[in-house]
Design a protein around this ligand. Structure first.
Ligand code: PGA
Length: 249
């Protein structure tokens, strides 16, 4: 899977144009799932723009309640039927907006109740990497999701994205070895806890120049792409790298 997280970028018309450009370049892809994650206000228009294509549509976040007095929030009930999947636990939500592991778990459970596929983002900060606790942090974040899920989710229903916080939007990508080590650990950890592991993506400054070597790692099943997902030609190159890596397995 290659998923483009547009973050808080583009107006609705710009987003529709970007979706059309991705559709033109990646819409016929069958070997790799390609997803776009526009801002909430774009979802309806982008759904129409990519209707009847294989592209998946995702939201960047979701709240855990069904409805009620939660000003500004969007419930899974509102996006089920519109989106195929939703991202929860992105580091910008954890670190800029103070979301906890427990809240991420509640979001995961709520999205699953509505049949949405979920991308769960996990990853350590620079200081956590420096003090050797990267893997412990990732485990803690994943365990909170599994605890909220009550029973182990099927590997087809979710995807984990390992995104070291220090590599997001910084141009400082994890080396393939660093990314592979943690992704392999995630797979082992989830297999031990839940009997099976979902796909594991890497995210953090993935671009046209480093996608191929990252996706060639045996435990990296694709990427969660931020900045480069706003450039359709670069995004298409990253998708092509995932197709090549998949074919080589
Ligand atoms: P980046 O963002 O590719 O711009 O580093 C990745 C992400 O935040 O998902």
């Amino acid at each position: 899977m290659v998923a483009g997280n547009w973050k808080m970028n583009t107006t609705v018309p710009e987003g529709v144009a970007l979706a059309r450009a991705v559709l033109e370049r990646c819409g016929a892809e069958t070997a790799v799932e390609v997803a776009v994650l526009p801002p909430f206000v774009h979802l309806w228009a982008v759904r129409e723009a990519i209707a009847a294509s294989r592209l998946l549509l995702g939201a960047q976040d979701v709240y855990w309640e069904e409805s009620g007095a939660f000003t500004g929030e969007v419930s899974p009930r509102m996006i089920a039927g519109l989106c195929d999947l939703v991202l929860v636990g992105h580091s910008e939500r954890r670190h800029l907006l103070g979301e906890t592991d427990e809240q991420t778990g509640r979001k995961f459970a709520a999205a699953r109740r509505h049949g949405l596929g979920v991308i769960v983002a996990v990853g350590e900060t620079a200081s956590e990497r420096d003090d050797g606790s990267a893997v412990a942090i990732v485990d803690r974040q994943l365990d909170a999701v599994l605890a909220a899920a009550h029973r182990a989710p099927s590997p087809d229903d979710w995807v984990v994205a390992y995104e070291p916080v220090w590599a997001i939007g910084t141009g400082r990508t994890a080396t393939p070895e660093q990314a592979q080590d943690v992704c392999a650990h995630i797979r082992e950890h989830l297999t031990a806890l839940a009997g099976a592991s979902p796909r594991v993506l890497y995210g953090g400054s993935v671009g046209a120049d480093n996608a191929a070597e990252l996706f060639a790692c045996p435990d990296i099943d694709g990427g969660l792409i931020g900045g480069a997902s706003l450039k359709p030609d670069v995004f298409a190159t990253i998708v092509a790298a995932a197709v090549t890596a998949g074919a080589a397995r």
